[in-house]
Design a protein around this ligand. Structure first.
Ligand SMILES: [Mn+2]
Length: 383
């Protein structure tokens, strides 16, 4: 991480310091800046090119051992033993004490700094200025460590899907529904299998999508009930490593049985659209260019999009991936310029109520000369 960019923003904005007050489980920027994971809010300050954490005395030793900051201080060192029952009031006392001790009056805050706290700190005579984009910008370019961690989660994601697909491969159709070892195969059962595999790899996944038949035509419907034969089953899995906090993301669409001709055509178009996007990936190209090429490709291939009816290609081509499942850079109408070290998904999809949905999603790393696809899982419609 090149935290100098944050120092430059502080300097250029005429600020004395930058602070965050949050839980780093909730706030990816804060975890990125500190490498300190805590469910309870703590104070981070960047001031005079030094990073400081202020935590409870109970957390001091853990913060000193695990965080990446220059200094770890305790709340008690600033507030003594005084107990302030009101949470916001206690936070305000701490923040203003730390700012006072550092002679900082004009202070930058992250975009999620609580407005209640901002009002209270301002009422004590401090100037707070929201700073959007600097830390997010740092996070766009991954280090070798981050790439390694994302790839590791991606491998776990693939192992999980492999175990779920092997159940589908060993299932038989009974009146239009898949059965595995004598009982109905459901979306819920497949999600449990995916979850178990991921837990075994010290990853967690929430909101996993396993949707079949008509449900698959609604992109983010989580899916429920029996898995249909001769119909699309869309898997979209985005696990997070418990240890590193990095995420993976992968979508596949499969059919057990006989897909309709229309579904096969949709699948081929989505697969080709993904290749169109991959063909463009290199530094200097914008996410908007990549998205526009995919939109145009679908139109030329005869797959119409109707955003009002919600059918066709109705979402963006992809997104950055890291400590959050969706982060910068965007591969959409508003996508900025790609640079080496970006980790992005390429996930075109087509959705029609009468045919079903198809989505294919891989993760690519932008390299000096082009890109590297770090998703190794096969793409095969009929299994
Ligand atoms: Mn995705």
């Amino acid at each position: 991480m090149d935290v100098k960019a944050l120092d430059a923003t502080i300097h250029e904005s005429g600020l004395d310091a930058y602070i965050e007050y949050d839980s780093s489980v909730q706030n990816a920027n804060l975890y990125y800046l500190t490498s300190f994971l805590a469910g309870d809010p703590f104070l981070f300050m960047r001031c005079d090119t030094q990073s400081t954490l202020v935590v409870s005395s109970m957390e001091r030793e853990r913060a000193a051992r695990t965080s990446s900051v220059d200094r770890v201080h305790t709340r008690e060192a600033y507030l003594g033993d005084t107990s302030i029952p009101n949470r916001e009031q206690a936070a305000t006392e701490l923040i203003t004490s730390v700012l006072r001790a550092n002679d900082a009056h004009r202070v930058g805050v992250g975009h999620s700094f609580p407005v209640v706290l901002a009002d209270m700190v301002r009422s004590k005579g401090y100037e707070l200025q929201p700073i959007a984009g600097t830390v997010e910008g740092l996070r766009e370019v991954k280090s070798a460590y981050e790439l390694k961690e994302i790839e590791a989660v991606q491998r776990s994601c693939e192992r999980a899907l492999d175990s779920a697909l092997s159940m589908i491969k060993h299932s038989t159709a009974v009146e239009g529904e898949l059965h595995y070892k004598g009982t109905a195969l459901t979306s819920e059962r497949l999600k449990a299998i995916l979850g178990c595999s991921l837990i075994n790899d010290a990853c967690t996944a929430s909101d996993t999508i396993v949707s079949s038949g008509a449900d698959s035509a609604v992109p983010h419907l989580p899916g429920s009930g029996p898995i249909r034969s001769d119909a699309p089953v869309v898997f979209d899995i985005f696990p997070q490593s418990v240890q590193s906090r990095y995420n993976a993301d992968m979508s596949r669409t499969v059919v057990r049985g006989e897909p309709s001709r229309a579904l096969t055509d949709v699948y081929d178009a989505v697969k080709d659209a993904q290749d169109v996007a991959f063909g463009l990936l290199k530094p200097g190209v914008t996410g908007a260019d990549v998205h526009a090429a995919v939109v145009e490709f679908f139109e030329q291939r005869g797959f119409k999009t109707d955003l009002k009816k919600g059918c066709g290609f109705i979402h963006s081509t992809g997104h950055g991936l890291g400590l959050e499942v969706h982060e910068l850079p965007l591969i959409s109408k508003n996508g900025g310029t790609l640079q080496p070290g970006n980790v992005i998904t390429i996930e075109p999809g087509l959705y029609y109520p009468d045919i079903g949905g198809v989505r294919l999603e891989d993760v690519a790393v932008i390299t000096e000369r082009g890109y590297k696809n770090i998703t190794h899982f096969e793409k095969k419609l009929v299994i």
